[in-house]
Write a protein that binds this ligand. Sequence first.
Ligand code: GAF
Length: 381
Amino acid sequence: MTTDAADAFAAAYGDSPDGVWAAPGRINVIGEHTDYNEGFVLPAALPQTTRVAARRRTDGRIRLTSVQGDCRVAELLLAELAPGAVPGWAAYPAGVFWALAQAGHPVGGADLAFSSDVPTGAGLSSSAALECATAIALDELFALGLDAPARALLAQRAENDFVGVPCGALDQMASSCCVAGHAFFLDTRTLTGRQVPLDLPAVGLSLLVIDTRVKHDLGDGAYAALRAGCERAAELLGVRALRDVGIGELAAAEQQLPAELRPLLRHVVTEDQRVLDAIRLLDAGEPRGLGPVLTAGHASLRDDYRVSCPETDLAVSAANAAGALGARMMGGGFGGSVLALVDTDRLEAVERAVRAAFAGAGFTDPFVFPAVPSQGAHRIA
Ligand code: GAF
């Protein structure tokens, strides 16, 4: 099987790879900013993937190239990898080598060539796709025998400790562990979960992704500040994480916090409840009921967590006004993508209405595509 990553590999290194692997971006049906509060999430993998063609080396050298990164080759030494030392996109795969080595796994060097169609900075986990593709490739090249959750946690460690972004486990667990045709209900405290069938086309529904093209950057400090605010709130409340505040205890807990931390608590507690509501609806065969849950999630991210922006707000209101059952922004926020639940026969009308609203507001034309729940990281050649 020939792939764009294998072609890039041949062009960069003049040979063929030992194998080619792919890891997807993700949507998140509901459960935003709950993962680092040890709460619940409900992602599904996208068909868009990052592919990596890879060949094992035994001399500790690492060569990295990417079609989207101008095909220049970055050369690194495994023994010299250190947090903060690798600039740009190469930090993500380099971080995975580092995390594996730190955990005592016998990895050597490797030549890798990447190609990706996961939109970057769009709240669709392009970074996790890059990390998880690297993790599965190295796992198999060096016969490490890891399972999908273990690879996800090493990828998260790469992002936390090597790249320096204090993300939770949502993105890497989704990219590694999702199953085609399903959403993945995950408890991020216990890292246990279950695959929930999500065959929306069978009931005349579709999930639409609206990438506003407003690029977000989790490394710019705002995400870390929100996480620190949640941790401070948990400390003041005397709980391990905000996950431990039940919805029935919310009003009393708010009174124990300074005003600026109350909205963070409100979002996290109500968002965990929305994930449980979504699961109940899916288990009961009532997927249309997800619509209001999504829109309530957006209001909470906009008004309490304050990670929305004019473009995501407009995408949500325009989609809903055009007949979407519900919509919300996804991911870290400050830009990125909106997910809308739409009757399949209204897809075109909703897309048209959102584009027209963006044009009217003078915003960049959004990139709109249907989300089809797809396979987590796997080998393709
Ligand atoms: C980003 C982070 F990487 C995730 O861990 C998660 O916190 C998400 O923002 C918000 O739900 O994607």
